[in-house]
Design a protein around this ligand. Structure first.
Ligand code: PMP
Length: 407
């Protein structure tokens, strides 16, 4: 029997106790939905009371292949039984193979592995600073430009590039040298990207900030301005990369190539990984000892990631994402609710802008058998596993119609 069919309650009544223990023992930085998730298969997750939920969150754009994909489970088991971790003091094969494959499939010549999206961006900040030190005449070339509504992470460097008051205020002073400019606005870039800029960070599709795609013209203008002043152009594809938009890389359609691209979320199917892809010109300014990580690039994670990358990079897989993304937008457009102000996004990264707080919809997800997430105060963000099918989207559309009708 497949374990999807086994919906019997495995821990009846356990949820209340687990939630009470969480309140007692975990640092309270997260607001969580009021059930305890226990297992999943494909698009569906079950809680400890056996209730099923269709997952339109995917661990926040992480589970590209859905829950407990048999190929992922096999890849984990295969490598776990062989070698899990050795540190970067020694050579192992899986990370080398994964890096070679990432380079083959992208603009990059070399890869540095990390353990999360924030850490990949921290690394990119350090690479940009080092590149400028090695290649610029002026020691003042330390500036970094990022944009309104950007999200690059919560660690101190990445946080400085994430201009949200609630995230930054408790932790000031932040890393200095950062300028925040208007997103998708070309006018004025000449005065923001200057000789003192060492890097420009941008998400080709902003995620947390409300699902805003960057225009191809904007990305092109960033490239030109970076080239004008000798700054690195850094694409943060932590959320929008690796098939989410229907292209393997979100920036490909713009025709613009970055100097560095950061990846994370879906790369190892839910296991923690980050990657910094860069050109030889950038990598050439780094030497042993410049940066490092105990866990990064471990054999287990990289073996799984190579499996995931091969699955996602299949043309049929990417076509499926494009088709499902179009179908999702079509079905959402048919919802005739005055609360919907706009629907935007690319592929399976879709934002529904509401005239009400998105939490009013999201909080009703669980009782309607849905897992939902927002992006900013009034945007519902739909980032399901990339294996989603029309039948799942139909259920979502029907339930969202009912939820919105009641608000
Ligand atoms: N960059 C982007 C574009 C993201 O969406 C996120 C996470 N939401 C991050 C960076 C940070 O990644 P992590 O949470 O893995 O540190």
């Amino acid at each position: 029997m497949n374990h999807i069919d086994r919906v019997e309650t495995i821990h009846p009544g356990a949820a209340a106790e687990i939630i009470a223990q969480e309140n007692q023992h975990i640092v309270q930085t997260y607001k969580r939905a009021p059930m305890v998730l226990d297992r999943g298969q494909g698009m569906t997750v079950y809680d400890t009371d056996g209730r099923a939920y269709l997952d339109f969150v995917a661990g926040i754009a992480v589970l590209a292949l859905g829950h407990s994909d048999p190929g992922v489970v096999a890849a984990i088991a295969e490598q776990a039984g062989k070698l899990i971790h050795t540190s970067n003091l020694f050579y192992t094969e899986p990370g080398v193979r994964l890096a070679a494959r990432l380079c083959e499939l992208s603009f990059a010549d070399r890869v540095f592995f990390s353990n999360s999206g924030s850490e990949a961006n921290e690394t990119a900040i350090k690479f940009a600073r080092k590149f400028a030190k090695e290649s610029a005449d002026s020691s003042a070339k330390i500036g970094i430009v990022a944009f309104d509504h950007a999200f690059h992470g919560r660690t101190m460097g990445a946080l400085a590039l994430t201009p949200k008051e609630a995230y930054q205020a408790p932790f000031r002073p932040l890393m200095s040298g950062v300028t925040i400019a208007p997103f998708n606005q070309i006018a004025g870039l000449d005065s923001v990207i200057t000789a003192e800029t060492c890097a420009v960070f941008v998400e080709p599709v902003q995620g947390e900030g409300g699902v805003y795609p960057a225009s191809p013209e904007f990305l092109r203008a960033l490239r030109e301005h970076c080239d004008r002043v000798g700054a690195l152009l850094i694409f943060d594809e932590v959320q929008c990369g690796l098939g989410r938009t229907g292209d393997l890389w979100a920036h490909t359609a713009s025709g613009v190539t970055p100097d560095i691209m950061t990846l994370a979320k879906p790369l190892a199917a839910g296991l923690p990984i980050g990657a910094v892809l860069c050109t030889e010109r950038v990598a050439g300014t780094l030497k042993p000892g410049d940066h490092g990580s105990t866990f990064a690039g471990g054999a287990l994670i990289c073996h799984v990631a190579e499996y995931v990358l091969d699955r996602i990079a299949q043309p049929e897989f990417l076509t499926h994402v494009t088709e499902m993304g179009e179908y999702l937008q079509e079905r959402l457009t048919e919802i005739n609710s005055p609360h919907i102000k706009a629907i935007r996004g690319r592929g399976l990264m879709v934002g529904v802008e509401l005239d009400i707080d998105a939490s009013e919809v999201i909080d009703q997800g669980p009782t309607n058998g849905l897992l939902l997430v927002g992006a900013g105060p009034n945007v519902l963000r739909l980032v399901p596993p990339l294996i989603v099918e029309k039948a799942h989207i139909d259920i979502l559309a029907e339930k969202l119609t009912a939820i919105l009708a009641g608000l």
